[in-house]
Design a protein around this ligand. Structure first.
Ligand code: SAM
Ligand code: SF4
Length: 403
């Protein structure tokens, strides 16, 4: 139960409503667990391998302290989604997850329909904890399957086999009301035909939601070094386009159309937490290297915490929070971010909301040119969205509109 009364509108909440649409009371809490059993060679997320055991209870106390500090700044919120991301949160004990959920419920009101997602690696050890997570309050799991053949999993540096991943998917299906899994495509040597066959096999597993990411070569990763040495190749532009098209077609045929560039879901099964980011709503970032957006007064604050886990822990123990960035965004920055995030969504954006944030309307001349090129359109409800043709050039469309 919450200690705060959210029924009375405050000056803050009224000002927030001024740049909101009716569904805009979503408030998410992101919790980052920064440890993994090994570092995958393609990954540049804030994840660390520790050979000594991690003092989980100490981290949970620090998470609770950061939740309390954040709730002091934005007390009058109702939490609509919670996301445990990583790193590998499925390395945490269920009682640690329960402890963090209790801390959230002590400091904020929680929507009875709250979505609580946990990212899990699909190894057999982690799957044994799924029932405990369910009892702790997790109601959605997102599994990092990545590929359905052992040779690809090996070259991605994964610690699980395809069969082990599928077994974890089956346990997730029986344990949680909702589950999703991630695959990485456009892998070295993967043809559109190979990918279509793999994707069909994946969709047959019956997840209501699939995150399908094109392999990105991130700077300063082992994959970047292999790429620079010519030892791995990424698809040329035509193949990348064919892979993107195949992804859409196969998912659409299966009843999971894309609702975002890389995310596909049955209607109503979209990840509510990710929608918080893409629709420009408010969220708290808790844990090492977590980012947040907090609306206080008429201003939106961009927050970020210390990335290194032990340094974050010491900061929180000394100061009650691990913040290293806490800046009010300018109207221009807010508007750019709204555009950048919102145009990733198939539903697009409400131009009136852009105008309320930016203090000026989008350039109608630019929209007309982009529409004549077939990369954006305006829906009958007046929303601006990127078309199927426009998604492969999304960055250029956003840059053009934001200029
Ligand atoms: C932060 S990871 C955490 C998930 C979990 N630790 C795991 O690996 O299964 C979230 C997802 O990002 C995707 N990802 C990470 N690095 C990527 C890259 N370089 N290219 C494409 N997708 C990537 C993977 O699909 C992964 O499941
Ligand atoms: S992909 Fe997942 S398991 Fe691999 S290093 Fe990144 S966060 Fe850890």
């Amino acid at each position: 139960m919450s200690e705060t009364d959210v029924s009375k509108p405050t000056r803050d909440s009224l000002q927030r409503l001024a740049v909101s649409t009716p569904q805009d009371n979503a408030f998410g809490v992101y919790v980052h667990w920064p440890f993994c059993l090994s570092k995958c060679p393609y990954c540049d997320f804030n994840s660390h391998v520790r050979h000594a055991p991690v003092d989980e209870a100490r981290y949970v106390r620090a998470f609770a302290a950061e939740i309390a500090a954040t709730a002091q700044r934005v007390p009058d919120r109702t939490v609509s989604s919670i996301f445990f991301g990583g790193g590998t949160p499925s390395l945490m004990q269920p009682q640690s997850i329960a402890g963090i959920l209790d801390a959230i419920a002590r400091h904020w009101s929680v929507d009875p329909q709250v979505e609580v997602t946990l990212e899990a690696n699909p190894t057999s050890v982690e799957a044994t904890r799924f029932a405990g997570y369910r009892r702790a309050g997790v109601n959605r799991v997102s599994l990092g399957v990545q590929a359905l053949d052992d040779a690809s999993l090996k070259s991605l540096g994964r610690l699980h086999t395809a069969q082990e991943a599928l077994d974890a998917v089956a346990i997730a299906r029986n344990t949680f009301g909702r589950f999703s899994f991630d695959l990485i495509y456009a892998r070295p040597q993967q043809t559109p035909q190979d990918w279509a066959a793999e994707l069909r096999r994946a969709l047959a597993e019956g997840a209501e939601h699939q995150s399908l990411y094109q392999l990105t070569i991130e700077a300063d990763t082992p994959f970047a070094a292999l790429y620079a040495a010519g030892k791995i190749a990424t698809p040329d532009e035509d193949t990348a386009r064919a892979l993107f098209d195949v992804t859409r077609e196969v998912c659409e045929a299966h009843g999971l159309p894309p609702y975002e560039v890389s995310n596909h879901a049955r209607q109503g099964a979209e990840c509510r937490h990710n929608l918080v980011y893409w629709r420009g709503h408010e969220y708290a970032g808790i844990g090492p290297g977590a980012h947040g957006r907090l609306d206080i007064g008429s201003r939106r604050y961009a927050t970020a915490t210390e990335k290194r886990p032990e340094a974050w822990l010491m900061r929180v123990e000394a100061d009650g929070n691990g913040l290293i960035t806490d800046e009010a965004l300018t109207a221009e920055e807010r508007a750019d971010e709204f555009l950048l995030m919102g145009l990733r969504l198939a539903e697009g954006i409400d131009p009136a909301r852009y105008e309320a944030i930016a203090g000026r309307a989008l350039d109608s001349g630019r929209i007309a040119v982009l529409a004549s090129e077939g990369v954006v359109d305006i829906t009958p409800m007046g929303r601006l969205r990127v078309t199927r043709e426009g998604f492969p050039v999304l960055d250029a469309v956003v840059a053009d509109l934001a200029a």
